[in-house]
Design a protein around this ligand. Structure first.
Ligand code: KG4
Ligand code: ZN
Length: 370
């Protein structure tokens, strides 16, 4: 079957076409994966400006669909199912995708499946024939969300914990803005952190909620701590901010410590949940899971938890005797429509047709579980 998927929950306009074969074990082939990035538009705001994002989605969707169809060498007549993200996300952005998908479904008389964005960040891990052993613990870390989710099976989830304020990606973005590094912060901080000395830096930032007994997070205090530490450094160490090269060195030192503070907290809580719930798989998803250092430290931690680790050649899959770590290719960690299509495949029995379509709404605050 062929699925056409549309994803407009935040600032990337995604259209993808997948071919799915196999009855019991689906094999997903990506025929096309088009992403129209809006980074240049949002750079000036240092974050996503929802109404500019909405305008860009409106502008980008039709050309992205045209490109996706031509790259996949299919026409709309060949599509069996349309998938669309209907939440959570930025409400004006979600509506653009939902309305576009509804119009297509009506015009071409194709059933439509609404998809939860968080679930799609988890289920994208089914690409490349990977297997998820249940129960699994999923850490979904993006610009809008930071959630630890118990995955009992596909479609059965329990949110164990989540951020009480800013999301981890938001913290990367805001911290990068404070340091004058630009947007989006995650990739830029990660690039700067790579250049840092291996020795611990003099900058010490807090690890909020790292030792609490729950599975919740809080990143807004970390962002404030970055602001104060950066201002203090400016005051006390004037030389750093006069000589350009020295400023750069200071940005590198801060980037490394910010990244490590975020990784420390995410890792600690995920491992705690994994042990407490005797999870057999750890799943990483969302934009922050593209972070190379985070992936490296998760791999190391997983192979340490249980004895006799066996590391496969594939760089994105590590497992020990009892536990497996999965994360998608970096370009599918950030928002894309491939994940929307995969999720719709698993929920194809929830398809909407004809009169049901009018009832479909965008829901900015929808949750993966009650
Ligand atoms: O999942 P995503 O594309 O969009 C949302 O659903 O929010 O995540 C975007 C977030 C941004 O905050 C961005 O800074 C962060 O993911 N991000 C990263 C990296 N690449 C993207 N954070 C850390 N390291 C990265 N390499
Ligand atoms: Zn996302």
């Amino acid at each position: 079957m062929k699925i056409l998927a549309i994803e407009t929950s935040c600032d990337d306009t995604g259209v993808a076409i997948l071919d799915i074969k196999g009855a019991k074990t689906p094999v997903f082939s990506v025929l096309s994966n088009v992403i129209a990035s809006q980074i240049e538009v949002h750079k000036q705001y240092g974050g996503v400006y929802p109404f500019a994002a909405k305008r860009e989605h409106e502008k980008n969707l039709a050309p992205a669909l045209k490109t996706a169809l031509s790259r996949a060498k299919v026409s709309l007549k060949d599509i069996d199912l349309i998938a669309v993200t209907n939440g959570p996300g930025l409400e004006p952005c979600l509506w653009v995708g939902v309305n576009f998908a509804k119009d297509l479904a009506k015009k071409w008389n194709v059933p439509l499946v609404p998809v939860n964005h968080i679930e799609s960040h988890i289920l994208v891990n089914y690409l490349e024939n990977k297997k998820i052993n249940f129960p699994a613990v999923a850490l979904v870390v993006s610009g809008g969300h930071t959630q630890l989710i118990l995955v009992k099976k596909i479609g059965s989830y329990e949110i164990l914990g989540e951020t009480r304020d800013d999301a981890a990606g938001e913290c990367f973005d805001k911290a990068a803005k404070i340091l004058g590094l630009g947007y989006p912060g995650g990739p830029i901080i990660s690039q700067h952190a790579k250049k840092a000395d291996r020795n611990p830096t003099s900058i010490q930032l807090p690890r909020p909620m790292m030792h609490t007994k729950d599975y919740d997070f809080s990143f807004s205090g970390l962002k404030t701590a970055v602001l104060y530490a950066w201002e203090k450094e400016k005051k006390e160490n004037n030389e750093f901010f006069v000589v350009r090269q020295k400023t750069h060195q200071m940005q590198i030192a801060f980037a490394a410590e910010i990244q490590q503070a975020i990784i420390d907290v995410l890792l600690k809580k995920t491992i705690k949940a994994t042990k407490d719930y005797k999870a057999k798989t750890i799943i990483l998803g969302g934009g922050v899971s593209a972070n190379a250092e985070l992936r490296r430290q998760f791999k190391k931690a997983v192979s340490k938890i249980y004895e006799a680790p066996c590391t496969h050649d594939r760089s994105d899959e590590v497992s020990s005797k009892k536990i497996k770590l999965l994360f998608p290719p970096a370009n599918l960690s950030t928002d894309n429509a491939v994940m929307t299509a995969i999720t719709a495949y698993f929920h194809r029995n929830k398809k909407l047709v004809k009169s049901d379509l009018t009832k479909l709404k965008a829901n900015a605050n929808s949750r993966i579980s009650k």
